[in-house]
Write a protein that binds this ligand. Structure first.
Ligand code: AMP
Ligand code: GLY
Length: 427
């Protein structure tokens, strides 16, 4: 089987790393890929946004399956575009990708189908939004409706901060069309957890849980990023809570999409807050998480290509998907300055000294035979072990060997799990 993976991040590297293990996969292509992906797949320099060239390339090489990694092309209808020519493609179509593309759509869906989430109101009028805001308690959460490159959510700790966020979106139009509508949402407190699931219509096959670390600095300080590290399993969140999230959130959401005539096919990702009243939905994404994928797929025992093919062919319900009991911890190495402005083209040394971890590349490229920086998040150093502690030690030992100017990574990835484990053994 020939597979074309679309994307250039650590998520796509992890997908390709998992596909490499499949006996049914003969060739893997990636558009456009990165320096790490180039070692295990044939990279073609076609950007994710050039649907026409991507489709022509897929036809030319006689591809058997296309896998779409990032959200942007999904929102823009890349799946519909491939399906027009009957090319098998894994991912939601445009109508279904709206579950990530519009926060207002998703809040209305959750309310209509009584799926647990934060209380909210949505607004198109600034004065009405401001009036409502002034009647709310602090902290409060302000969200732009559309996609804003991960910057469209403000968890405001003061009324001034909330007012500023609202003004930036609705008056100054900092996010353009994405901020035309806003959601003002109740602040939820608790631990966050991500559950991704393979979904085909009503059929939901959840993956093992993961926990992301969004803020750029240790102890969850600083601005939010795409994710500075992840780990799986999340041992301090009980199985019963996981089961509750699957039964009360993921399955009803998939069913709701079918009811709305927007059946979802692909990976549905639930971002959850585990509150005192149980799990509540923070958001849905319409794709694999990044860097969640880097810790979830290493624990997958079933052939990933088989799962993709079964999903595309309407046979996901026949799949028995198995997961290992191992733990995985991914530490993201970022460019100095990220998530703000950062330099590119800086040489990265020490990759060949890595011994115990898998390094998934994100914003890297080859220049004159040297791996150089080419993005904000650069590498996801992933340790795999019998326990979180073992996986974490491996990841940090190897992360320290990788050197480049401005290197930044968090030193407390998975610490919450270790503290919770220590607390348990003390009691
Ligand atoms: P999102 O882009 O929707 O994932 O939001 C980014 C981050 O903002 C989440 O990972 C949470 O940490 C935080 N967040 C979003 N909504 C809420 C909420 N209602 N209560 C508390 N934190 C939230
Ligand atoms: N790690 C968060 C995301 O993939 O959206």
């Amino acid at each position: 089987m020939r597979i074309l993976v679309i994307g250039r991040g650590g998520r796509e590297h992890a997908i390709i790393w998992a596909l490499k293990k499949s006996e049914s996969v003969s060739r893997i292509y990636c558009a456009p890929g990165n320096a790490g992906i180039a070692k295990m797949a044939e990279c073609v320099p076609i950007p994710e946004s050039n649907f026409e060239e991507l489709r022509q390339f897929a036809i030319d090489i006689g591809v058997d399956l296309v896998v779409v990694g990032p959200e942007d092309p999904l929102f823009e209808g890349i799946v519909d575009y491939f399906e027009e020519k009957r090319i098998p493609v894994f991912g939601p179509n445009k109508r279904a990708a709206i579950i990530e593309g519009s926060k207002v759509f998703t809040k209305e869906l959750l309310a209509k189908y009584k799926i647990p989430t934060a209380e909210y109101r949505s607004f198109e009028n600034y004065d009405e939004a401001l009036d409502y805001l002034h009647k709310q308690k602090i902290p409060i959460v302000i969200k732009a409706d559309g996609l804003a490159a991960g910057k469209g959510v403000t968890v405001a700790q003061s009324m001034e901060e909330a007012e500023q966020a609202l003004k930036a979106m609705m008056v100054d139009k900092e996010f353009g069309e994405a901020g035309r509508k806003v959601v003002i949402e109740e602040f939820l407190s608790g631990q966050e957890m991500s559950i991704l699931a393979f979904v085909d219509g009503n059929v939901v096959r959840p993956m093992v849980a993961a926990q992301d670390h969004k803020p750029v600095y240790d102890h969850d300080e600083g601005p939010n990023t795409g994710g500075m590290g992840t780990y799986s399993p999340v041992p301090h969140i009980p199985q019963s809570v996981y089961d509750q999230a699957v039964e009360q959130i993921l399955k009803p959401a998939a069913e709701a999409m079918v009811q709305e005539d927007r059946p979802f096919r692909g990976v549905l990702y639930a971002g959850l807050m585990i509150t005192e009243d149980g799990p509540k939905t923070i958001e849905f994404n319409c794709r694999f998480g990044d860097p969640e994928t880097q810790v979830v797929l290493p624990r997958l025992k079933t052939d990933l290509a088989d799962i993709f093919v079964a999903t595309v062919n309407g046979r996901l319900q026949d799949m028995d998907i198995q997961w290992s009991d191992e733990a995985a911890v991914c530490v993201v190495l970022a460019s100095g300055g990220y998530p703000g402005p950062y330099a590119k083209g800086i040489p990265i040394y020490g990759l060949d000294e890595v011994r115990e971890s898998v390094v998934f590349h994100a914003g890297t490229e080859f220049k004159d035979g040297q791996v150089v920086t080419n993005g904000g998040r650069l590498l996801g150093v992933t340790g795999i072990g019998r326990t979180i502690a073992e996986a974490r030690d491996k990841a940090y030992a190897d992360a320290a060997k990788i050197r480049y100017e401005g290197r930044h990574y968090r030193t407390d990835i998975a610490q919450k799990a270790l503290i919770a484990a220590a607390g348990r053994s003390d009691s």
